[in-house]
Each structure stands twice: as structure tokens, then as C-alpha cells.
Design a protein around this ligand. Structure first.
Ligand code: NAG
Ligand code: NAG
Ligand code: NAG
Ligand code: NAG
Length: 391
């Protein structure tokens, strides 16, 4: 029933936008009036930087994502996004005719009606205390659950004018990706010998944590979810540099040059996540849950880089402090003497750990046209094709 009314309100909004084509394009290509987002640096549109500037997040050196050339391609200034421009979330918002999703800690006049982004760069899916007990350190006590709590705390003000149910029927929740910072910190803080096994043992726990969080959102009334999987970490300049001397030639995929073991690791995470989503769909048939396959969407860029306008073998970071993949953790992008490439749009990798706007743009296209989602979506409302056909 909730699905049906969500669909009816789509039709209503669509006919509204059709009958007044000269007015605002707010509903131009979608039926959502707001987006709520959770996640890490792939989705953070400014929270981490704001937390640092407000003194709520500690750091040794000024956060490099707050320095040029971050943001140079689209915003013309650093916005706290870990890229030269827009992220996948920004392209999703644009696709649905909505403003870029505002960071929760972005400023005084947060317009709740347009949605809120709770994603923070560097946060794990599992609680920080859990990791600390296992000798894995995080700078701050912010996790996926913290973001969920911020969201829950916001509900009384969010649902003041309309009921939460009505608001969530018209909202898209983008949940993730999560896990990259749990795994990354295990890989970078433990020895190569023990890290893979340790990280593997976290996979079911992380997928369970994501599942519980999604179930909680559904309890609160959320009915439209997009859940992205992990990217291909074995293709990132940061991992390729970190493991530079650890592996042999046959550990690299000859076609892409990516580290096979790490990509298999991500595939396993993504397959566990998709299996969990099947379970959630069965338990909550009225909820639309779309898996966004960032992994395969990004792999096609590495495989056919020139077709997409990128350089051949695009594994090097555009912006970094040198080395075989132009990544050096002591000279991050933003700090001297690191340097950025002249044309970021010809690179997939921006700063070692994150992708360029050009790469995110292709990934979002691949997701939003439905080719890299499960189930395939109709770009109109994100509803699976089958459900639309049924209505
Ligand atoms: C981190 O936050 C959680 C949840 O708010 C809290 O229970 C825990 O005590 C905190 N841990 C530290 C080390 O501050
Ligand atoms: C509620 O309505 C007031 C007055 O129209 C408006 O200023 C405010 O932004 C609305 N709040 C939400 C959460 O929609
Ligand atoms: C995409 O990635 C998954 C990992 O989740 C893998 O198992 C699958 O075969 C890939 N699918 C396609 C269509 O390439
Ligand atoms: C990283 O940069 C530092 C400082 O310039 C330098 O001392 C070090 O050798 C570099 N490391 C690599 C692996 O290039």
C-alpha cells in the first residue's frame, strides 16, 4: 500500500511538472522531493571538513581536502568533497532535479525540506570501540551508527509540517557505501600477512551492521532506498602504492593492472551485501531497495579507459606526491610539493583514495540509466521495472 501511494504521488508530481513546464524543474526527472544520504568519503559533501573547522573533529595537519586543488573542476573551491568536483550523490541529485544534498554540519540555515547528507569522510560501518578493542585506531568516535543517531534526532524537526510517512514517500535515501574505512584501516594498520584475514572476518559483521541500519530506517518509515556497493579498491592508487612491494606480477589483473586479490575481496563484500538486501526485500515487500553496483560500473572505466575519454592504464592519481602511482601518504594532494595533473577529466583516480568528478559522472550515469543496478531501475522514480509494469 505504501508503495502504491508512493507511486500515486509520483504520478501527481509528474503531472504537476508536465502541466507547468515553465516553472521550476524541481520534479523534472523524478518523483522525489528530497534526498537523505549516509556514508563515508565517497558520499560526504562537506561534513568532515565542517567538523574540523568547527573544532569538533581533531586533526594534526589542516585537512588536505579543504585545500586547493580539491573542488577545482566544478565548484572552483574546496567544498569538503574528496574530489576535484561532484560526487555520485551530486549527480543523483541533479538527475532528480534536486539541489546538491546539503551536509548536516554545513551551515546555519539547513533547509530540511531539500534533504540532508549525514555522510562523513573516514567513518567505519562498525563502531569505533569495536575496532579499538582489536587494535585498529580511528581519529574520532564517529561511525555509521552516529550518522543514524543524527538522523533520528532530526526527525522531530523534519516531520513538523508533514508526517514522516509522507516525507519519506517522496524521499530517496542513499545509504552508503560503507565498509571502505573499516577495511582500509585494517589493511593499513596491520601487517600484510594478517590484514587480509582480519579484514575478511569483518565482512559478515559489516554487512550485518548495514542490514540492521537499513531495517531501522525502514522502521522509521523510509520506503525508497539506494544502497551502493563498494568500489574496486584493488584499482586505487592508495592500495596499489601501499602493497607495491607485497605482491608478484601474477597478483595483478593483466587487463587493468588492478590487484586481483583486493578486487575479489570487494566482490565478496558486495555479494554478501546483495544477498542481505534480498532478505530485506522479502521482509519488507513495500520498500523499494535498489543496489547500486559502483564496483562493476567503475571496472568498465578501467577496462575500456580510452573509450570513456581517460588515459591508457589510468591507475595513477591525478593529484599526489609522486611514486609509481603518484601517491605518497606523507605528501597528500593539497599539500606542497604534491602536484595535480593538467586535465583531471582524463584521470579516473583523483588523489589516490578517491575518484575524479569525470569518473563519478560515468559511474552515476551507469547507475541511473539502470544498467548497473539490481533490480534494473526506471530512471523516473527509481522504482524497479517490474513494479512499474504492474501498476
Ligand atoms: C563512542 O561513542 C559511543 C556511542 O555514543 C559510546 O558508547 C562510547 O563510549 C564512545 N567511546 C569513546 C571512546 O568515547
Ligand atoms: C515548515 O514550514 C515552515 C513555514 O512554512 C518552513 O519555514 C519550514 O522550513 C518547514 N519545515 C520543514 C521541515 O519542512
Ligand atoms: C559485478 O560485481 C559482482 C560483485 O558483487 C560480481 O559477482 C558480478 O559478477 C559482477 N556483475 C557483472 C554484471 O559484471
Ligand atoms: C614520500 O615523500 C617523502 C617526502 O618528500 C619522501 O621522503 C619519501 O621518500 C617518499 N616516499 C616514496 C615511497 O616515494
Amino acid at each position: 500500500m505504501a508503495f502504491l501511494s508512493a507511486f500515486l504521488s509520483c504520478i501527481l508530481l509528474l503531472s504537476l511538472s508536465l502541466s507547468s513546464s515553465s516553472s521550476s524543474s524541481q520534479f523534472a526527472d523524478g518523483c522525489y522531493t528530497s534526498i537523505f544520504a549516509f556514508g563515508d568519503s565517497l558520499t560526504d559533501t562537506g561534513n568532515y571538513l565542517s567538523l574540523c573547522l568547527k573544532g569538533l573533529q581533531t586533526y594534526d595537519r589542516f585537512p588536505f581536502i579543504g585545500l586547493p586543488p580539491y573542488g577545482e573542476t566544478f565548484f572552483g573551491r574546496p567544498t569538503g568533497r574528496c574530489s576535484d568536483g561532484r560526487l555520485v550523490l551530486d549527480f543523483i541529485a541533479e538527475h532528480y532535479g534536486l539541489p546538491h544534498v546539503q551536509p548536516y554540519f554545513g551551515g546555519e540555515n539547513l533547509n530540511l525540506e531539500a534533504g540532508v547528507n549525514f555522510a562523513v569522510a573516514g567513518v567505519p560501518a562498525l563502531d569505533v570501540d569495536f575496532h579499538e578493542e582489536r587494535g585498529i585506531h580511528f581519529r574520532n568516535n564517529i561511525s555509521m551508527r552516529t550518522q543514524l543517531k543524527w538522523f533520528t534526532d532530526l526527525l522531530p524537526s523534519l516531520c513538523k509540517n508533514s508526517s514522516c510517512k509522507e516525507i519519506f514517500e517522496r524521499s530517496l535515501v542513499v545509504f552508503g557505501p560503507f565498509g571502505g574505512d573499516d577495511y582500509g584501516n585494517v589493511f593499513f594498520q596491520k601487517s600484510v600477512e594478517e590484514s587480509l584475514e582480519d579484514a575478511q572476518s569483518l565482512q559478515p559483521l559489516i554487512v550485518d551492521a548495514i542490514t540492521s541500519a537499513i531495517e531501522e530506517l525502514i522502521e522509521l518509515g523510509v520506503v525508497n532506498l539506494m544502497v551502493p556497493g563498494m568500489l574496486a579498491d584493488g584499482c586505487l592508487a592508495i592500495t596499489l602504492s601501499f602493497f607495491y612491494t607485497s605482491y608478484n606480477a601474477h597478483d595483478y589483473d593483466p587487463e587493468t593492472g588492478c590487484l586481483t586479490l583486493l578486487n575479489k575481496f570487494d566482490e565478496n563484500h558486495n555479494n554478501l551485501l546483495q544477498a542481505a538486501l534480498v532478505g530485506i526485500r522479502e521482509r519488507h515487500p513495500h520498500v523499494s531497495i535498489v543496489y547500486a553496483d559502483y564496483y562493476n560500473a567503475s571496472l568498465q572505466l578501467y577496462r575500456s579507459s580510452e573509450k570513456f575519454g581517460f588515459i591508457k592504464r589510468p591507475l595513477k592519481a591525478c593529484c599526489g606526491g609522486g611514486g609509481p602511482y603518484n601517491y605518497n601518504s606523507s605528501v597528500p594532494c593539497g599539500y606542497s610539493p604534491s602536484q595535480a595533473c593538467v586535465d583531471p577529466s582524463s584521470y579516473i583516480n583523483w588523489d589516490g583514495a578517491h575518484l575524479t568528478e569525470a569518473a563519478y559522472k560515468w559511474i552515476s550515469k551507469a547507475v541511473l540509466n539502470g544498467h548497473f543496478t539490481i533490480p534494473r531501475i526506471n530512471s523516473l522514480c527509481n522504482l524497479p521495472y517490474e513494479k512499474k509494469a504492474y501498476v
